[in-house]
Design a protein around this ligand. Sequence first.
Ligand code: FAD
Length: 412
Amino acid sequence: MLKEYIDVLVIGAGPSGCVSASYLHKNSVKIKVVEKTKFPRLVVGESLIPRVMDHFDEAGFFPALDAMNFEKKLGARFIRGNEVCIFDFSDKFSEGWDWTWQVPRADFDNVMAQEVIKMGIDLEFESEVIDVKFEDSNSITTIKDKEGNLKEIHAKFIIDSSGYGRVLPRLLDLDTPSKLDPHSSIFTHVKDINRPEGEEGTLISFDILETEVWLWVIPFSNGNTSVGVVGPTSFINSLSENKDNVEALKNAIQLSDYYVKRFGGVDFLFEPVKLENYSRSVKKMYGDGFALTGNSSEFLDPVFSSGVAFATESGMLAAKLINRQLKGETIDWEIEFTEYMKSGIGVFTTYVKEWYTGNLQTLFFHQPENPDVKRKICAVLAGYVWDNENPFVKKHDNVIKNMAYMIQQEQS
Ligand code: FAD
């Protein structure tokens, strides 16, 4: 069997893997990326948040991504019947980027993968990791290419950024149930033939159909729009008796007073994809010779579009820690990786939970708006969840619950 010897193996060429690969390569670490599919490939996760721009910039991807003219995302709109709440990322508590993009991920991820190749990084498409054996921190990974040829990759460290492939969580039995309730989603893209002129046409929106059920509308600069429905798995399954995803998504669109005219009669560009019980968690995020990043570790919920941001945050951080470790430093992975990531994940976990209890919706739609509260929540929604100066980060455990309670008391 062919053998290759490298410093770091990156599994998966999604945003997490590409960011890690770029950072390590720039720091003269010998790396290889293996990717199961051929790019471009379809993947969900099209609404980004500003924090990702820090990572794309640091990884050197910004100029190539910017040249694609993806739709700019300046904020987000939440709709509940006649009520509307718009967040503007330029009006937020924390310092940081005030815009990002809304993107068809197939094209977006392909740009990053091609940049990785241009940098001279060895990225092998259509090669799947099928086995990993550890000898202390060194590892031997078996990969299989599309012709069925096997190869052994000997590495000092593995970054598992395989997303829902979850290579190491499966092989090392690291999966653990998510703390969130089981939710599912069905989505597709449409040719947005009824798109209105101006901001209304391009604004990213979340239309609340019931407290726990919402529709996403993510317009792209190529004239297509992503439309998806999210809710408790039992609700999503009830949308079609025959488990027909086309019928289910059409039925969901009918429930949206706001969007039924725009999307009720349009054709879907591909068979809607169902992602059932999408939340994931792991028992540990690192071990001797490996780190889990992006969706291979934790995925919460699409409601605040935090998935790619956590994927690039963890990918960039893991790469930095590995670089230091390979250069002789001792790294406390528990403190520098797990605790750091968990503090950000903890903030978003609260926001997701409080979204589905309805408490956060109470704050979003309360009139008159409180500009100070809105700026602080906006910083969280932009992904700046490590800014402990922000009481909506620092006291996330209680602040939403308490404020929603006060509003409900005032209204009763
Ligand atoms: P991925 O982008 O999934 O990349 C992983 C790569 O690993 C893939 O290319 C895969 O082919 C490869 N791979 C898998 N197995 C192997 C193997 N054995 N060998 C080699 N390669 C392998 N996030 C957002 O930020 N915004 C959103 O609006 C959003 N909406 C979402 C909606 C839903 C319904 C769901 C479920 C998720 C959503 N997400 C969203 C989350 C987002 O999809 C992920 O967080 C993000 O794609 C994770 O990036 P990643 O790099 O970790 O993994």
